[in-house]
Write a protein that binds this ligand. Structure first.
Ligand SMILES: Cc1cc2nc3c(=O)[nH]c(=O)nc-3n(C[C@H](O)[C@H](O)[C@H](O)COP(=O)(O)O)c2cc1C
Length: 334
C-alpha cells in the first residue's frame, strides 16, 4: 500500500494534512455550494467565487446562505466520518475596482470566518487584513514573478501561479519558468494552475516545487458542477487543440472552448482583441456573453473522457498520483 507523506511545516494549518495536494479552483458560474461540498468531502480544498452567489433585489445575501450551507454540510460530514474529515473551503474575491460588491462580501466572509481567501485581479492590503482578522489565510493568483512579489509585499500568505494552458484568465508563461522564479525567493505556500487534470500532472507540479495543484476545468464535467449538459459534454469531447486564447470576451486574455465560440456565430480563428479597460465585474462578468455562452476551459481536458461524480474524479487523480509517485521513487536509490 502506497502512502503519501511530506513535510508540511512551512504550510499554514488550513493547508496541512489533506488527502491530496489539490485545490478545486473557483470558476465563474460553474462553482457553487454543491461542487464545493463535494470537493471538500472528497478531501481536496473546494472553492467558489463570491460573485457566483447572486440574490435578486431585496432578498437576503445569497453568499451568507451558501456559507451557512457549506459549513453545516461539512460539519455534518465530519461528525459522521471522523476518520476522513472534509478539507477546508475557500472563497474567491475579484479585487477589481468594478466589483461593487467587494466590501460587502469581505464583511460577510469575515463574519463567517472563511478559512481560505483566494484573491484575483488585484492585491489589496485591506482585503488581506479582513481575512487575517478572522483567522483566514490569503492566496493570491498571479501570472508572473513581478506580480508575485507585489502580492507578498501587500500581505498575501501564499501564491497561485497561473501558468500557460489554464482555464479562465491564464498566464502566458511556462510553469517550469514561473515556479522556478518564484521559488528563488519565496518558501511559503505556492499553488500551480494550468492544465492539471491528472495525478501525473499533479505530481509534476509538486516536483517543480509547488505545494498544491489548482485545477478547474476537469471539475466542469462533474455531476455537481453548475454547467449546462452541453458544456460538460464539450469538455469531454474536446482536447487542447480546441482551446482558443482571446481577450475579446472579458478584456483580459483567457482560454475558451472553440466549439462554443463557433456555436455563438463567431469565427474562432479570427477573433479581434479587446483592451483591459473594458473589464467590468459590476454584474459579475465583463460581458454577459462571456462564460454563459462562450465557455471557458484550460488545455488539460483531453484527460477527461466522461462526466462523473467529483468523488470519482478525485479518486482517479489520487490513484495515478500514488502509482506514479511510487514508480518514480523506485527508480531512484540513495
Ligand atoms: C469556466 C472558468 C471560470 C473561471 N472563473 C474564475 C473566477 O471567477 N475567478 C478566478 O479566480 N478564477 C477563475 N477561473 C480560473 C480558475 O480558477 C483556475 O485558475 C483555472 O481553472 C486553472 O486551470 P485549469 O482550468 O486548466 O485547471 C476560471 C476558470 C474557468 C475554466
Amino acid at each position: 500500500m502506497v502512502a503519501w507523506n511530506r513535510d508540511e511545516s512551512h504550510l499554514p494549518a488550513a493547508l496541512r494534512g489533506l488527502r491530496l495536494p489539490l485545490v478545486g479552483s473557483p470558476m465563474f458560474i460553474v462553482s457553487g455550494p454543491e461542487l464545493v461540498i463535494a470537493q471538500c468531502k472528497a478531501g481536496i480544498i473546494g472553492s467558489f467565487p463570491a460573485l457566483n452567489a447572486r440574490e435578486a433585489e431585496g432578498e437576503p445575501p445569497l453568499l451568507e446562505i451558501w456559507l451557512q450551507q457549506i459549513n453545516d454540510e461539512l460539519d455534518r460530514h465530519n461528525q459522521e466520518n471522523p476518520d476522513r474529515p472534509a478539507a477546508p473551503f475557500a472563497v474567491n474575491q475579484i479585487v477589481h475596482r468594478s466589483n461593487v460588491r467587494l466590501e460587502r462580501d469581505l464583511e460577510i466572509c469575515n463574519r463567517y470566518k472563511v478559512p481560505i481567501w483566494i484573491t484575483s485581479l488585484g492585491a489589496r492590503v485591506e482585503v488581506n487584513e479582513a481575512a487575517h482578522d478572522c483567522g483566514g489565510i490569503v492566496l493570491h493568483d498571479i501570472i508572473n514573478n513581478t506580480f508575485a512579489k507585489k502580492a507578498i509585499d501587500k500581505g498575501a500568505d501564499g501564491l497561485i501561479a497561473v501558468a500557460a494552458g489554464a482555464g479562465g484568465h491564464a498566464g502566458p508563461q511556462s510553469p517550469f519558468a514561473l515556479i522556478r522564479e518564484i521559488r528563488e525567493w519565496f518558501d511559503g505556500p505556492l499553488l500551480l494552475s494550468g492544465a492539471i487534470a491528472t495525478g501525473e500532472a499533479l505530481l509534476a507540479a509538486c516536483a517543480l516545487g509547488a505545494d498544491f495543484g489548482y485545477a478547474g476545468s476537469p471539475f466542469i464535467a462533474t455531476t455537481e458542477a453548475n454547467a449546462q449538459a452541453e458544456y460538460k459534454e464539450m469538455i469531454v469531447t474536446s482536447g487542447a487543440e480546441d482551446i482558443v486564447t482571446s481577450s475579446l470576451f472579458t478584456g483580459v486574455s483567457g482560454n475558451y472552448l472553440k466549439p462554443s465560440i463557433t456555436a455563438a456565430g463567431m469565427d474562432a480563428e479570427n477573433l479581434p482583441s479587446a483592451d483591459a479597460s473594458s473589464m467590468n465585474f459590476g454584474s459579475g462578468s465583463s460581458k454577459p456573453k462571456a462564460w454563459k455562452e462562450i465557455w471557458g476551459s484550460g488545455q488539460g481536458i483531453g484527460a477527461i473522457d466522461k462526466v462523473m461524480d467529483t468523488a470519482e474524479l478525485v479518486d482517479g487523480i489520487e490513484r495515478a498520483f500514488l502509482e506514479v509517485g511510487a514508480r518514480l521513487a523506485n527508480e531512484f536509490s540513495t
